[in-house]
Design a binder for this molecule. Sequence first.
Ligand code: HEC
Ligand code: HEC
Length: 467
Amino acid sequence: MKRLFYIFLPFLICACEDGLDDRLILKTSGEVALPEELSAGNSTIFMSSSKAYDQPSSWVTGSLLTRFTSGDALYDNARTGDDDPYTGGLGPLYAGYSCGACHKNAGRTKPTLHSVGGSGKYNFSSMLVYISRKNGALFRDYGRVLHDQSIYGVEPEGKLSVTYTEEFFEFHDGEPYALITPHYQITEWYADSIRPEDLNITVRIPLRHVGMGQMMALDHDELKKLAEQSNYPQYGISGKLNYIWERGVYQIGVSGNKAQHADLTVELGFSSDLGVTNDRYPLEVCYGQIQMMGMAMNGIQITTREMEDVDLYMHSLGVPYRRNVTDATVKWGELLFQEAKCHLCHTPTLHTRPRGAVLLNGTKLPWLGSQVIHPYSDYLLHDMGPGLDDQYVSGLAQGCEWRTTPLWGIGLQEKVNGHTYFLHDGRARNLTEAIMWHGGEGAYSRAKFSRMTQEEREALLTFLNSL
Ligand code: HEC
Ligand code: HEC
């Protein structure tokens, strides 16, 4: 584990417009970190290995570190159906056997859909599958999430199967690229089969846990201002905030691919993804389903104190520093990123509010406060065109609207998770495909990118890989 050191040199107060404060952060090598390298102020970590998403920030010490380690274990331990708080409570129905099963190394587990073509009792996809009627209503016997895994003696709700159609294209200079469109189907329904005409399926690849604490400490006044300013008719761009009802409060959503949650979804994740009951969701997700009739239901399987350790773990993960920031190609790519107007949605710089973040059981994390951060997201919703429309409404987000995915840490995804699948359902197999899927408000950027020379396109990708 690497540590940062702060030295206070008031006479060296940095006058950069960024508003960087008076702390100079030293890298482990002893060198002073460059401002461009600091992805998340005091939470930046100087590591670029496969564990780079999964390290505590340097301010995590003493009892915080003990709780971080406990949260890490609760998050990662593979669970079974027994009663142990650290390893039990799984199911009866579930989507993954631990948080870490889908978020390997606090990242985005390599999806098997492309290689295996589906999921089921013996084939784990690491994706979340949401189902609804065409009118948005949920099915009584299934609920919102398709639980395609189950413990012994219980049938999974169904099995996801996917086929892809591939289309081949060329850039103006002859370089080829291809896009694949997924087609989803659900088979082996455990109860009533649902007619495909009345079924909407949306599939989500896990999100990287880079900058979770910073996301929870975002300055909401800054986000509101950003939403007001995000109106660029000349480029066809206008973002909006998602507002959702959560804990009885109508509030800004920031997390999830449609910004459909206000917090880090720890209680929901345990309940809905793992089948682990808790104070906020005391009933098993399959409660009331036909196949559960007569089955004994368990009590609370994880306490709020334990879940707060998981919340702490995610909030205090360090954000990997930006690499190769003085490299000429990286700098050129950064200019091209701006020329293509990527930065109008993938906002390079935001700030956290002074008080930092508060965890779900009331613990305060002031270290997350007053930081200059570089998430490369505005956390706003944008219409990304019919190609990415999943017909699934979440709060104010329509089918075609998605939250700008934060790009910090994206250049390490291949090292951390061993793949380069991107976009909400992992359909893009590399960065070029991810960009070429941008439609709607992203169409200007896509057109700009496709008109660049091959060298320029590569420079832009080199820049993305420095994030
Ligand atoms: C079956 C796989 C799976 C499991 C198990 C799982 N997740 Fe996730 N997670 C996902 C997917 C997929 C998304 C994106 C969901 C969306 O956009 O609708 C996600 C999103 C998140 C996010 C939002 C991140 C962001 O950038 O907005 C957080 C936080 C999170 N998960 C935490 C957890 C925790 C904590 C657990 C364990 C209690 C957990 N997850 C278990 C698949 C999983
Ligand atoms: C109109 C706003 C907007 C603009 C402009 C824009 N993006 Fe995006 N970007 C998004 C949204 C929204 C997503 C998520 C879409 C999805 O998952 O379906 C996204 C996703 C991505 C992803 C995939 C991230 C991941 O981890 O899955 C990459 C890479 C990306 N954008 C790069 C770029 C680049 C490079 C440009 C400029 C050429 C650009 N974007 C311009 C809004 C935008």
